[in-house]
Design a protein around this ligand. Structure first.
Ligand SMILES: Cc1ncc(C[n+]2csc(CCOP(=O)(O)OP(=O)(O)O)c2C)c(N)n1
Length: 519
């Protein structure tokens, strides 16, 4: 009990623990990774690193079917991978409380895009809660479980890097009892086949008015009165920025979606100007433009359409130029883009790959993406996790020779395996390089199935990547040590000259964990 200084990620995890979850499933991804890590390291709740976000979502959904509460967490783009079960789970509904904690990354500090998960919630017709600080992150997570059980729907907690990676005081409370197991068969609500879809969709539509009632009941969106004719609608963390202005403007604080139009209408009815502060895409601003003639925000060009909102941008808009903003500091700080670490096996591998002279290298997402930077400039394209092998197949299908794909061990397991099977099945001529550093290095060295250690640090069976590739029917599999440049180069040259799908596994543990793995 008492208060603790906590990361936003830990606050969400703590909220889930106190809400009485029986399981948590996730796939690592900044800024959401530490949510599961907190649960694994600070509670007795069972949890798992799943092989990808789709699997995490489905495992979590299975837990909910038993009547027990479950947390599923991931970064924003993870939901693209999990979007298939996500969308239909709203139709089927959930049993035990199901909370999906999403880490959005405005500013793309560590991501391939800046997509806004609030649109996904609205697309799936489920509620989305958005905290403004650590305490609220915990409180709203707990409430999300109750709302999920009240509605029989998954509930999204949408948060952003700045909140998830900041420390703030959070009150620790009691842990609620787990739900009893209550796994009942209910085909009409458990089997998503065409004959059930219309009825399920109708039920989902009927839940929409209940969502509004619940958001109203818990007063999740509320007005803070002021005297000015200029008002602010502040979503999530931007509420703190609005308060920082220290002015007496009326504020409509948004912590939950969908937003009741009548609430906005009432709020803006006596205002001459409304400023919308929101991280991500202009979701609320779009809605507001239908309800008020003088709206200032991203679409009006007054606030940045791309990147993080930042206190700075808000202060600049309100002409509080003298406030201590981050921009002043930025003048003095040297940029520190991520680089491959000294001794990184990926760098040694790339040196050999460059010498082997492939015509085109399709990259993937992980530490090894940094090989795109000078001086290596070793990869030519990067799209999303798992795309390297399929992109290489597409390029090679047009008769281009010596096309290579470069993919990390975790990324290969995440979504690379179906692409490898596809390449073999469709007779591609490509070289697939799996850079196996025995870790998900990019996100902080989480274990993978190839290491044989679970999220809880327990031993489990080990996946043999070479045997797996052979079973997929590839032409050849060679395992090399990237520190042995001569052998690596020979293997690469040979494989690039070969027909069919040839795999090289460059195996050497990430330098940052090599010692730990040996001990
Ligand atoms: C869909 C999706 N999920 C998660 C992430 C976060 N992420 C970036 S790279 C990566 C995996 C990196 O591990 P690995 O492929 O083993 O390469 P390494 O960093 O160890 O070199 C993850 C999980 C992401 N970018 N996209």
């Amino acid at each position: 009990m008492g208060k603790k200084l906590m990361l936003g990620t830990s606050a969400i995890a703590q909220g889930a623990i106190e809400a009485g979850i029986s399981y948590a499933a996730s796939y690592p991804g900044t800024p959401a990774t530490q949510i599961l890590e907190h649960i694994a390291q600070n509670s007795s709740v069972k949890c798992e690193w799943s092989v990808n976000e789709k699997v995490a979502y489905e495992v979590a959904y299975g837990v909910s079917l038993t009547g027990r509460r479950v947390l599923c967490s991931m970064k924003h783009v993870g939901l693209n991978v999990a979007s298939d079960p996500f969308m239909t789970s709203a139709y089927l509904g959930v049993r035990g409380g199901f909370v999906l904690a999403l880490g959005d990354d405005p500013g793309a500090y560590s991501s391939q895009n800046e997509q806004d998960s609030r649109f996904y919630a609205s697309f799936a017709k489920i509620p989305c809660l958005e905290p403004s600080d650590g305490q609220e992150a915990k409180d709203l997570t707990m409430l999300a479980f109750d709302i999920s059980e009240e509605l029989g729907l998954p509930v999204m907690i949408r948060s952003i890097t700045r909140l998830l990676h900041c420390y703030s005081p959070v009150t620790i409370g009691k842990i609620r009892e787990e739900n009893p197991i209550n796994l009942k068969k209910d085909p009409e609500h458990m089997i998503a086949v065409p004959k059930h879809v219309m009825a399920l969709h109708k039920e989902l539509n009927e839940k929409q008015s209940k969502i509004h009632e619940i958001i109203k009941k818990y007063e999740l969106n509320k007005v803070i009165n002021g005297k000015s004719k200029r008002g602010i609608i502040a979503c999530g963390i931007t509420f703190l920025y609005a308060m920082e202005l220290g002015q007496k403007m009326p504020i409509l604080k948004i912590s939950a979606y969908p937003i009741d139009e009548s609430l906005i209408k009432d709020f803006v009815s006596n205002l001459d100007e409304v400023v919308v502060l929101e991280e991500g895409y202009p979701l609320v601003e779009q809605l507001l433009r239908k309800l008020h003639a003088n709206v200032k925000g991203k679409l009006s060009g007054d606030l940045p359409m791309e990147g993080e909102m930042t206190v700075d941008a808000v202060m600049r808009f309100f002409k509080k130029a003298n406030s201590p903003g981050v921009s002043d500091l930025n003048k003095y700080l040297l940029p520190r883009p991520p680089v491959l670490c000294p001794g990184c096996p990926h760098r040694e591998f790339y040196k050999a790959l460059i010498e082997a002279k492939p015509n085109f290298v399709a990259g993937d997402i992980g530490c090894y993406t940094l090989g795109a930077n000078p001086p290596l400039k070793a990869i030519d394209t990067c799209l999303c996790m798992g795309a390297s092998i399929s992109k290489a197949s597409g390029i090679a299908s047009q008769g281009i020779e010596k096309v290579a794909a470069v993919i990390g061990d975790s990324t290969f397991i995440h979504t690379g395996i179906p692409a490898l099977i596809n390449a073999v099945y469709n007779k591609s001529n490509i070289l697939v390089c799996i850079l196996d550093n025995s870790s998900v290095a990019m996100t902080g060295h989480q274990p993978t199935p190839a290491i044989g250690i679970t999220a809880k640090g327990e031993e489990t069976s080990k996946l043999d990547l070479a045997e797996l590739c052979k079973a997929c029917g590839v032409n050849s599999v060679v395992v090399v040590d990237p520190y042995d440049k001569k052998t690596t180069l020979q293997a690469l040259k040979h494989a690039l000259d070969n027909q069919g799908v040839n795999v090289i596994i460059a195996k050497r543990a990430c330098v940052l964990i090599a010692k730990k793995l040996k001990s």
